[in-house]
Write a protein that binds this ligand. Sequence first.
Ligand SMILES: [Fe+2]
Length: 272
Amino acid sequence: MDIINSIHTNLISRKKEFFGNKPFPYIILDDFLEKNYFQLLEKQISKNDYLKKGKTFNSDLELNKKISLNTDLPEIISNITNVLNSNDWLEVLKSLTDIQSLKSTKVGNTKLANYHEMGSDGFLGSHVDHSLDPDTGRPHVLNIILYLSSEWKEEFGGATLLFNKNGRKVKAQITYKKNRAVIFLHTPYSFHGVEKLNNNFEIKRKSLYVDYYSETLEPFNHINLDFPNNWFSHGTTFVLPKTSDYLKLKNWRYTKSLLMYNINRVKTSFIL
Ligand SMILES: [Fe+2]
């Protein structure tokens, strides 16, 4: 059975749209998985709890979020991550992004969780992800997120939010919709997050996430962006809502990562 809908296996015609979207390049692919595969997936994930061995986040910026860090993702999900890491799909992404050195990662679900669930009132604040492949140290350059919950309604919230270059203003909002995929360029300035979920009677916001890396340390040189197109190293870095929040002891790890982020950002701009 095919997994990815054949209408999305050639994205050259979407390239202009991808690069034209703001605040940074992205595209939305509806009905991403083949109808039959998605129906099978829907049936299986609605009756299972895959996150028994997962990690729970419950801070102000990562509220009611769970990620799976176990290697044994069910086959119905790992089949999808395998396809998204395959050479064929990499070629599709290269033709969309013109990043010819694009690579998948061998890290797998143990370090970089692919499957996520967010519960009632959940929220994920404005952030940029890790900048390096944990194994190879290569730059993180692209993300795909796939929305899986078929019973989701728009009024539950949970849109993916894309922010301006300092992560403070929402510039684009991608509504959560079943079987919708979003591909976006992951630069050090690609701040993103999840809109706060409303109370939705325990229906989970389920999603699948796969990231991609580049062989070169200058992956964005060919792209015109509304912010500097250099890459630099940083950890997952969140933007806190108010400046005074950085002074709170409980937020120390967020303050530290933002400090490191800014040091590396400034250092790189001097080198250029
Ligand atoms: Fe993220």
